[in-house]
Design a protein around this ligand. Structure first.
Ligand SMILES: [Zn+2]
Ligand SMILES: [Zn+2]
Length: 261
């Protein structure tokens, strides 16, 4: 059996549908060896419905400790999906330094005051080439910040199918190099299949770049409900194998190990 993990899941502590314990049966059915919760944490913006209130972090951690104690057959990890903002590195660092977690996913949802995944209207009348460039720059800064173990859905800007007129290959190359230099993993995020994009993040045409640059990878579902835990993983693993990947990144207490698959 392959040692499979799913580190990107949202429970009702942020915008997921169910309590953490409700994801366990699905994880076992999907033959996962490890799962981790990664609730949304967004500092520097008004608290919205999809975010966990930072005041609930202790309750979240205690709850996961309780679930861990009562679960056999699958390891439970504690993570967070934290929004990255350019220029806020030090504030984010000092906030995260107090937390005992197994890993932190760094994601870029916001460009300015708006999130790129909320609706297609964000893209209307915008220069898509400039938007791509700016989005990738911020993701590179997130990777270089040293704040994160994994970068979440690194090309989320594709979500509504807006395409740049220029070949984005150099953007992916620069991002992959930055991730390697700063020792951050990327994820194949299978949830893109459930979104208007209808495909994984990152763009499969550029997966070879992450492999050439030797960036550690993990496969994550970004599940917001138990039924989506481990969803499309067979296809994602097949794709990675075909690209040449042979190892997966696993995390405990913010230490990464590589596991063959
Ligand atoms: Zn996200
Ligand atoms: Zn997420």
């Amino acid at each position: 059996m392959i040692y499979k993990t799913d580190y990107h899941m949202h429970s009702s502590f942020s915008d997921g549908r169910s309590a953490p314990e409700d994801y366990i049966a699905a994880a076992i059915a999907s033959e996962l060896s490890e799962i981790g919760f990664s609730e949304h944490l967004t500092l520097f913006r008004e608290l919205e419905g999809w975010n966990m209130d930072p005041a609930n972090i202790p309750a979240y951690m205690e709850h996961l400790d309780w679930v861990r104690k009562n679960t056999n057959h699958v390891r439970i990890r504690t993570g967070l999906e934290v929004d990255f903002f350019d220029g806020k590195e030090e504030e984010i660092r000092s906030f995260l330094s107090q937390l005992k977690v197994d890993y932190i996913i760094g994601s870029v949802h916001y460009m300015g005051e708006k999130t790129v995944d909320f609706g297609p209207e964000f893209y209307k009348d915008k220069d898509i080439d400039a938007l791509y460039e700016s989005y990738f720059n911020t993701v590179c800064n997130a990777a270089a910040s040293g704040l994160f173990d994994i970068i979440g859905h690194c090309d989320l800007i594709r979500i509504f199918g807006y395409k740049p007129s220029k070949d984005p290959e150099p953007l992916y190359r620069k991002l992959a190099r930055t991730m390697k230099i700063h020792n951050v993993a990327f994820e194949v995020n299978t949830n893109g299949r459930n979104r208007p994009l209808a495909d994984f993040y990152p763009d499969r045409r550029f997966l070879n770049i992450f492999h050439e640059e030797n960036v550690p990878v993990c496969v994550n579902s970004d599940a917001h409900m138990p039924a989506r835990v481990g969803q499309y993983f067979d296809e994602a693993y097949e794709l990675l194998r075909y690209t040449g990947f042979t190892e997966m990144a696993v995390f405990e207490k913010r230490v990464r190990k590589m596991m063959p698959f």
